[in-house]
Design a protein around this ligand. Structure first.
Ligand code: NAP
Length: 472
C-alpha cells in the first residue's frame, strides 16, 4: 500500500480545510480526529473520492505515513497540544516531524521544541493565517523549527500557501528556529488588531461624528480599496457596511453588539513587547480598546453621568473623508513600524535571526493583514535589511511626513467631538516621540532619583549621579 504524504490530527474548521487544500495540491493525507464521528462525516462528505484516509488510532495514523513522518496538529492551542504530543510520541521514530499549526503561545513552542528535539524528533511551530477560507484556498504560513524539517515540509507548504499577486511567489518561508514561527504569527495578529482598530476609529469618526450612513461608508471604503489602502480588511469593511439585516432591514453593523472579543494573540504581543522592552503603543491601544469595549454595562451607566462633547462635525465632509483616508494610511504605516521593530528586538532577544523582508513578503497574500502596503514594506527591508525602523526608509518617511497633517487633523477632530481614538492618537504620539531628540524622561529620572535615589546620567559628562534633593 502506498503511504500517505502527510498526517493531520484535528479535523476542526482549520484542519478540515487544510486537508482539502493539501490533497487538492497533489498529496495524499491520513487524518485522525478524537471525536471519530466528525472524522467519518468528513470522510463521507467533503473528503469522499479524494486521497484522504481515516485512522481510528494514533497507531493506525502513524502506520499510514511515509517516513520521515510529517504530522500536522490542528488542535486547540494549549493543553490539547501537549496531550496529543504525549499520546502520539510513543508511535514515532527519531527524525519524524511534528508540526503544530495552531495559534500556540511561542514560549510553549520553545518548551516543546527543546523537549522533542532532545528526544530526536523535529518539532515545527507553524503560524497559519487566513482563517477558514485561507486554509482552504491558500493561507500565509509561518513555520519555525530546524532547517532540516523546513526542507522536508517545503514542497507541501509552497504548494498550499497563498501566492502573491505581484510575483506569484508562495507566501511561506522559513522563519527561524524553535518558536520563531509562532512568534511571527503572534506579531501578525498584534498588527491585525491595530489595523482593525484604526479602521474602527475612522468608521466611528465618520459615522458618529460626521453622520455618514453605513451605505455611504461602504462606498467610501470600497473607493479606498482601489488606492493605496487596498487590503483585505478594507475590502471586508466595505462588504460589512453594505450588508442589510434580514430581520430589521437596518444595516447589519448597526445591530451588532459593540463588545469586541479576543482569543489572546493580541494580548500576547503586548505582553511580550513589555517583556523585551519594545514600544508598540498602537497595538497596545487596540488590545485596550477591545477590553474597554467589553465594559458595556459600565459604559452604558457612565454615558448617563459623564458628560463631554457629543457634537457633530460641521465642517466640509469631503475634506474630512479625504483626511481620514490619508490618516488611516499613516496610522497603518506607524502600526507596521511598531510591529516590525518588535520583531527586530525579538530577533536579538531570542536569536531568531528574522529576515524582515521575508516576513513582510509572506504577509502579502493569504493572511488577514494582506495589503498592497506589504509589497512596499518588503522592498524597504530588501533595500536595507539592517533598517532600524520602517519610518527611516526614505519612501515611508515621506509617506508619513506628507500625511501627518491629515493624521493630526483627524485626531484633533476626534478629540473635539469627544470620539475616542486610542489607536490613531497613539500612532501619532509614537511618531512624535520617535522623532523627538529630547523627551521629558529627564524629569522622570529626576523624580526617580528624588524619591528612590535611583540615580541619573547627565548630558554633559560621563558617570552616574545622585542629588540630595531635600524634602519637597
Ligand atoms: P476547532 O474548529 O475548535 O477544532 C479544534 C480541533 O481540536 C478539533 O478537531 C478537536 O477535536 C481537536 N481537539 C481539541 N482538544 C483535543 C484533544 N485534547 N485531543 C485531540 N484533539 C483535540 O478549531 P480551529 O478553528 O480549527 O483551530 C485549530 C487551531 O488553529 C487553533 O489553535 C486555532 O487558534 C488555530 N487557528 C484558527 C484560525 C481560525 O480562523 N479558526 C486561524 C488560524 C489559526 P474534537 O472534534 O474531537 O473536539
Amino acid at each position: 500500500m502506498t503511504k500517505a504524504s502527510i498526517g493531520l490530527v484535528g479535523l476542526g474548521v482549520m484542519g478540515r480545510n487544510l486537508v482539502l487544500n493539501i490533497e487538492r495540491n497533489g498529496f495524499s493525507v491520513a487524518v485522525y480526529n478524537k471525536t471519530q464521528s466528525k472524522m467519518h462525516a468528513f470522510l463521507q462528505g467533503e473528503a469522499a473520492g479524494k486521497r484522504i484516509t481515516g485512522s481510528d488510532s494514533y497507531t493506525s495514523l502513524v502506520e499510514q505515513l511515509e517516513r520521515p513522518r510529517r504530522i500536522l496538529l490542528m488542535v486547540t492551542a494549549g493543553a490539547a497540544v501537549d496531550g496529543v504530543i504525549e499520546e502520539i510520541k510513543p508511535h514515532l521514530e527519531p527524525g519524524d516531524i511534528l508540526i503544530d499549526g495552531g495559534n500556540s503561545f511561542f514560549l510553549d513552542t520553545e518548551r516543546r521544541s527543546v523537549a522533542l528535539t532532545a528526544e530526536g524528533f523535529h518539532f515545527v511551530g507553524m503560524g497559519v493565517s487566513g482563517g477558514e477560507e485561507g486554509a482552504l484556498w491558500g493561507p500565509s504560513i509561518m513555520p519555525g523549527g530546524s532547517r532540516e524539517s523546513w526542507e522536508a515540509l517545503r514542497p507541501i507548504l509552497e504548494k498550499i500557501a497563498a501566492k502573491a499577486e505581484e510575483d506569484g511567489a508562495p507566501c511561506v518561508a522559513y522563519m527561524g528556529p524553535r518558536g520563531a514561527g509562532h512568534y511571527v504569527k503572534t506579531v501578525h495578529n498584534g498588527i491585525e488588531y491595530a489595523d482593525m482598530q484604526l479602521i474602527a476609529e475612522i468608521y466611528d469618526l465618520l459615522s458618529r461624528g460626521a453622520g455618514l450612513s453605513a451605505a455611504e461608508l461602504a462606498d467610501v471604503f470600497a473607493a479606498w480599496n482601489q488606492g493605496e489602502l487596498r487590503s483585505y480588511l478594507i475590502e471586508i469593511t466595505a462588504a460589512i457596511l453594505r450588508r442589510v439585516d434580514e430581520w430589521t432591514g437596518q444595516p447589519l453593523v448597526d445591530v451588532i453588539l459593540d463588545e469586541a472579543q479576543q482569543k489572546g494573540t493580541g494580548k500576547w504581543t503586548s505582553q511580550n513587547a513589555f517583556d523585551i522592552g519594545a514600544p508598540i503603543p498602537t497595538i497596545n491601544a487596540a488590545v485596550e480598546s477591545r477590553i474597554l469595549s467589553g465594559l458595556k454595562s459600565e459604559r452604558v451607566a457612565a454615558s448617563r453621568v459623564l458628560h463631554g462633547p457629543t457634537g457633530h462635525y460641521t465642517g466640509n465632509r469631503s475634506e474630512l473623508i479625504e483626511a481620514a483616508r490619508a490618516a488611516l494610511y499613516a496610522g497603518k504605516v506607524l502600526a507596521y513600524a511598531q510591529g516590525m521593530s518588535l520583531l527586530r528586538t525579538a530577533s536579538q532577544e531570542y536569536q531568531y535571526n528574522f529576515d524582515l523582508a521575508e516576513i513582510a513578503r509572506i504577509w502579502r497574500a493569504g493572511c488577514i493583514i494582506r495589503a498592497s502596503l506589504l509589497g512596499n514594506i518588503t522592498n524597504a527591508y530588501r533595500r536595507n535589511p539592517g533598517l532600524t525602523n520602517l519610518l527611516l526608509d526614505d519612501a515611508f518617511r515621506e509617506a508619513v511626513e506628507t500625511r501627518q497633517g491629515a493624521l493630526r487633523r483627524v485626531v484633533q477632530t476626534a478629540i473635539e467631538l469627544g470620539i475616542p481614538a486610542l489607536a490613531l492618537s497613539s500612532a501619532l504620539a509614537y511618531y512624535d516621540a520617535y522623532r523627538s531628540e529630547r523627551l521629558p524622561a529627564n524629569l522622570t529620572q529626576a523624580q526617580r532619583d528624588f524619591f528612590g535615589a535611583h540615580t541619573y546620567r547627565r548630558v554633559d559628562r560621563e558617570g552616574i549621579f545622585h542629588t540630595e534633593w531635600g524634602s519637597a
